[in-house]
Design a protein around this ligand. Structure first.
Ligand SMILES: [Ca+2]
Ligand SMILES: [Ca+2]
Length: 112
């Protein structure tokens, strides 16, 4: 399957996915899921790798992104006690990933 790490286009989308992960018991306790967010290109400027758009400030957990030890350049969805939000983390950490497939494109056909 062709898919990329997820880009949260809105707070609504992020909250829906958080609820889904909690409802399906994937995120029972503290759980982290990689997204396509990163500030590798420019420190403290977190963008979605998929489209280069700045990550909306409302998506971050309180106190994040904190670039802990100056080592955190990849962004994950952190879910803890029913609360989900973005956190910057060390890129080499092993976590789950959330991927999304591109939307199907419409096609027109002429049948003779
Ligand atoms: Ca960083
Ligand atoms: Ca962090």
């Amino acid at each position: 399957m062709e898919a990329d790490l997820i880009t949260f286009d809105s707070l609504v989308e992020m909250n829906q996915i958080t609820e889904y992960l909690i409802d399906t018991i994937v995120a029972q306790n503290l759980s982290l899921f990689w997204s396509s967010g990163t500030d590798f290109a420019e420190q403290d400027k977190h963008v979605w790798f998929s489209n280069g758009q700045l990550i909306s400030s409302e998506l971050w957990l309180p106190g994040e992104p904190n670039n802990l030890h100056n080592e955190e350049h990849c962004d994950n969805l952190k879910i803890n006690n029913g609360l989900g939000g973005l956190n910057d983390d060390r890129c080499e950490e092993l976590h789950y990933s959330i991927c999304e497939a591109p939307q199907p494109k419409t096609a027109s056909f002429i049948i003779w």
